[in-house]
Design a protein around this ligand. Structure first.
Ligand SMILES: Nc1ncnc2c1ncn2[C@@H]1O[C@H](COP(=O)(O)OP(=O)(O)O)[C@@H](O)[C@H]1O
Ligand SMILES: [Mg+2]
Length: 295
């Protein structure tokens, strides 16, 4: 089982969109996926339609420090047959819904000595590790105990960054602060996971291309802590439509968004390289894809 947490000290950068669409694509590839909505504003919880709503959610997970079945809701994505998946023909897409009023969990966590490991402990239980292949945690673009717990539960952090100068600067300072603040947790035997920055909402202009090159350079002093993903997610209307229509972006736009999301999945989980979701298979087999590969 591998745990990714999507973080940023900023809101509106694409965390929820990334979490939801990565989850849906991984499930389409036959993986057993658990989404965790650790944002008190429950946008991930509303992204896809819910098939079965559990009685509890994030609050119970954090307070009990364990992932009991009563915390796990099931998402209702219309399922395409998965003939190309040998790994697990029935991918799973479950979710722990966000159910805590603003501030309540932060206050609850604040006096607790084990606050930084409560999500990690819950996800580390043997029954969880046997049930899921991938866990994706969405967070709120702010600093707090809940975000800390979500960060320290991860094997890898994913952080979307917009290719404009202001966002890039804010990313560098915000991210350095986040990582430096958590580094002392190593005295408790906890390691801050490596961070993969993802250039996100790239507009097709020379300016934003120049800036995305500059961002890669800016990361040189952060080497070892942050690396930049090769996959770049462009600014495209399909991602907005995905949220409105509650449908994964690789279904809505299998060619462009589908290709981007597959590249992202392959980069994050190299063992999946070359696997295609059925929705994108036709495109993968076409000449157009071969041309796009060599762009
Ligand atoms: N690649 C994209 N291109 C254009 N708009 C996007 C893209 N990804 C997300 N958006 C839109 O940007 C807004 C913020 O995205 P969201 O994922 O909610 O950010 P966060 O979770 O970081 O606050 C939403 O309206 C979303 O539909
Ligand atoms: Mg969000």
């Amino acid at each position: 089982m591998i745990v990714f947490t999507v973080v940023s000290t900023k809101g509106g950068v694409g965390k929820t969109t990334t979490t939801a669409n990565l989850g849906a694509l991984l499930a389409d590839l036959g993986m057993r996926v658990l989404l965790v909505d650790a944002d008190v504003q429950p946008s991930l919880s509303r992204y896809f339609p819910i098939a079965e709503r559990a009685a509890f959610g994030l609050t119970e997970l954090v307070k009990s420090g364990s992932l009991v079945p009563e915390c796990i809701s099931t998402l209702a994505l219309p399922r395409a047959p998965r003939r190309n998946s040998e790994l697990n023909p029935d991918g799973v897409l479950d979710i722990v819904l966000s159910d805590a009023p603003e501030g309540q969990l932060q206050d609850w966590l604040s006096p607790r000595i084990d606050r930084a490991v409560r999500i990690r402990t819950a996800l580390g239980a043997p029954h969880v590790r046997e049930t899921y292949d991938v866990v994706l945690i969405d967070t709120q673009g702010a600093v707090g105990h809940l975000q800390d717990a979500a960060v320290l539960a991860a094997d890898t952090l994913i952080s979307p960054v917009s290719p404009d100068i202001l966002s890039a600067r804010e990313f560098t300072t915000g991210t350095l602060e986040l990582l430096e603040r958590l580094e002392p947790s190593s005295v408790f035997g906890l390691t801050v996971p490596p961070m993969r920055a993802m250039i996100y909402k790239l507009e097709n202009t020379a300016d934003s291309r120049a800036i995305s090159d500059a961002i890669r350079e800016q990361f040189v002093p952060m080497r070892g802590r942050v690396s930049v993903l090769r996959t770049i997610v462009p600014h495209a209307v399909a991602y907005k439509r995905s949220a409105t229509e509650q449908i994964p972006v690789h279904w809505l736009d299998p060619q462009r968004a589908g290709r981007t999301m597959h590249q992202l999945v392959w980069e994050l989980i190299p063992s999946l390289e070359g696997s295609w979701a059925l929705a994108c298979e036709a495109f993968a087999a076409s000449d157009e894809f071969e041309e796009a590969r060599h762009e």
